[in-house]
Design a protein around this ligand. Structure first.
Ligand SMILES: C[S@@+](CC[C@H](N)C(=O)[O-])C[C@H]1O[C@@H](n2cnc3c(N)ncnc32)[C@H](O)[C@@H]1O
Length: 314
């Protein structure tokens, strides 16, 4: 394949989705885009690039972008974020939102649905506590195909076995031959919608919890910074952001800070947390939340201990 065509396709994918794919990975372009080329009546990637250069057919451009995204996901991926959701975020929000009993959760790169369904299972497992609450899980992704699968909620034996115990499978899925369909009690809380993180995210409103996991890794620094700063402004107070195990705000933005002892969980830097609020209000000292301790989402120090970001609160 001609290098100019490869560069053209890589630029198109980056411009439209933020996803960077190196032109060194020509095999990836070929394996993912040849089926798209054929589907649209072109014999190869040169024909595909020519068609896109001529008149940028939005359907064809969307199909190229979708094919180049990686939709890998599974239930309770990495486990730890879901433990934090259950043991830290939900108890904090139960206190903070006791008045309106309403929660908005955003799964911002929901792929084929395993992440939002895992969150819905955690809510079900929380028992009676949240039954009477109004809880919305908005599951968005750039890929219509991935979202369609999530909306259908039908998974293979292999997919349900990745992350779910037999007990959870039987409790939350109906078996139909070799397929497993999620039960209504999970689906009723979730709405799936197509949304490109490169577009205005603020239009989606404010959230109590945002899961933005395993997608920032595909973006360049400038894009990560813009999205993280927008997301910080979309969190209610209190509100929590959860990133993937290899993702961090360190070296990207100071608009968010890691929560001490809560690996992978971040809060807006401007947010004072219960410790300061309680002290200001004359109460006892609860757990300290945000700090600028330099850790990444895996809990590893990002710089030598003792160094701290300037201008931050601890
Ligand atoms: C590796 S999956 C992560 C799924 C899930 N969050 C998890 O951790 O298991 C990355 C997802 O990000 C989506 N994605 C990539 N670029 C996007 C963009 N600009 N806007 C919205 N979603 C995007 C892809 O379609 C893909 O489904």
């Amino acid at each position: 394949m001609h290098h100019d065509d490869l560069s053209f396709l890589a630029d198109l994918v980056k411009r439209q989705s933020g996803v960077q794919v190196s032109t060194d990975r020509s095999y990836l372009f070929e394996s993912r885009l040849l089926p798209v080329a054929r589907q649209f009546g072109h014999s190869g990637l040169d024909g595909l690039a020519r068609a896109l250069r001529g008149s940028c057919d939005p359907k064809l451009a969307d199909a190229v972008v979708e094919a180049m995204t990686t939709n890998e996901s599974f239930f309770f991926r990495d486990q730890h974020p879901f433990d934090q959701f259950r043991r830290f975020m939900l108890p904090e929000l139960r206190k903070a939102r006791a008045g309106d009993r309403c929660l908005r959760i955003w799964s911002a790169a929901a792929s084929t649905g395993q992440e939002p369904y895992s969150l819905a299972m955690c809510l079900e497992e929380a028992g009676e506590e949240f039954r009477s609450w109004r809880i919305e899980i908005l599951a968005t992704d750039i890929s219509s195909e991935a979202l369609e699968k999530g909306r259908e909620g039908i998974y293979s034996q292999f997919e349900v076995q990745r992350g779910l115990s037999v007990q959870m499978m039987v409790k939350y899925f109906d078996q139909d031959g070799t397929k497993w369909k999620v039960k209504d009690c999970l689906g009723k809380r979730i709405s799936f919608a197509k949304h490109n993180l490169m577009k205005s995210n603020r239009a989606l409103g404010k959230f109590d919890i945002i899961f933005l996991r395993n997608v920032l890794i595909y973006f360049d620094l400038e894009t990560k910074k813009r999205i993280l700063e927008e997301v910080a402004s979309m969190l209610r107070d209190p509100g929590f952001l959860c990133l993937g195990g290899t993702e961090s705000v360190i070296g990207v933005t100071s608009a968010l800070k890691a929560v001490d002892g809560r690996r992978g969980v971040f809060v807006p830097d401007a947010y004072e947390g219960p410790e300061r609020r309680s002290v200001r209000e004359g109460g006892s000292r609860p757990e300290r939340w945000g700090s600028n301790r330099l850790v990444n989402a895996s809990g590893m120090p990002a710089l030598s201990p003792g160094l701290s970001r300037s201008g931050g609160t601890t």
